[in-house]
Design a protein around this ligand. Sequence first.
Ligand code: ADP
Length: 453
Amino acid sequence: MSKVARIPGYQSKNPKQNRGIIGDREIRYKCSLQNVILDVLRGRPGWTEVPGQNSQVPAAQQGTRPSNDGDWDFYWCDREWLHQNYDTMFLHEHQKILHFRNHYELTRKNLMVKNLKRLRKQTEREQGKTEAQSFDFYPTTYELPSEYHIFVEEFKKNLGIIWIMKPAAKSQGKGIFLFRRLKDITDWKKGEYQPLSDQTRDVPETYVVQRYIENPLLIGGRKFDVRVYVLVCSYNPLKVWLYRGGFARFSNTRFSLDSIEDTYVHLTNVAVQKNAPDYDPEKGCKWSTQQLRKYLAAKHGVDKVQKMFKSIDNIIIKSLQSVQKIIINDKHCFEMYGYDVLLDSDLKPWLIEINASPSLTASGKEDYDLKFGLLSDLLNVLDLENRLTGKEKRIGGWDLLWDDGPIVADDNMDCTPANGSAVSTPNSYLGCFNDRKKQLREIYLTAQSVKKS
Ligand code: ADP
């Protein structure tokens, strides 16, 4: 632990204070990705990369250090690796690894909705209809082919509305299309989806069909969605952190319902938009969440915007609760989710999907800085160095939203309603000022003096 800390307050001058859960030695990590997370890990004082099968350390350097799996303390692995190895792997007390075993219960589009529907029903049964309405944040959705007949009934009740069809397990807008007529899916069924009786294929690919939000909130005539980062350190008890930073992703082309086949109008994924013929990489298609919050507050009023952000908190907590009893909880695991939220013209947030591996590749300088801060602070929350007290409600840009119950804010910072009267304001600051370095300096100093005394 001899390197100089880059984050002020990060490393104590007293070597005894630098003992982590690992003990009095460097922290050894593995990383399956080559993007901002690797930069963060490589730049972290006292952390050393372990060569191994998935490590980025060149093969020539391998053999200088032990490479069997028990020799790492922290592993930013990909999902495939976890699926292949978790069941046969023994995790030592000190080891931390990305992803819970069955994270897909929340991050596959069909399973997410299935779990939400189940908790909604249970809530209605136990607490009544009004309470169950707090689940009205995902568009009506059916799984195909299993719920095809129920979907057709619903379709006939609402002729003329637009539906969106999405492969359950794909991402980046792949395989998505919009339709108004049942005939369009008849064509799709003939082309893409083969019935089970067709012996030449495996089980048909699962899709979800979802009511399309026809009235998205527009800025400059363009549709956007919001990426929100959420960190879960434990499912039992549920412990949830919300990152203040994030971004809005805009479509490149003005919104219109006349051209429902035009993905550049309707899908806000960067992977889709960057292929648009008039896409300008300089201008890009992102706003920071802070910029968005300021704009919305100026246009719609602080109170309305505060209410909207509170609804996003509700989406986060309800969705996590919907899988709380299903996820295989393991104290070695953590998950950083990327939530995709769409706002409609009434400023109502809709949950579109939850990603277990949100992109950590930076699209520009601002995006790099956001992701670097996000991931550095994630490591600060996990605190393998054991420098914090464990009682913090805020660590850098992460605010503790839920710890077996809602967390109440200590102060009314610059995002609370104008009248400032809110009693028990939630500890939630999405899109608020993120003075993370100053805050880290303060909490590390406080933690040092608490530990000394
Ligand atoms: P993927 O995993 O392929 O990114 P998403 O479910 O996130 O799939 O959808 C891709 C994009 O399509 C979203 O970012 C959003 O812009 C748009 N979209 C998806 N579902 C809806 C919906 N129900 N209403 C309006 N737009 C939607």
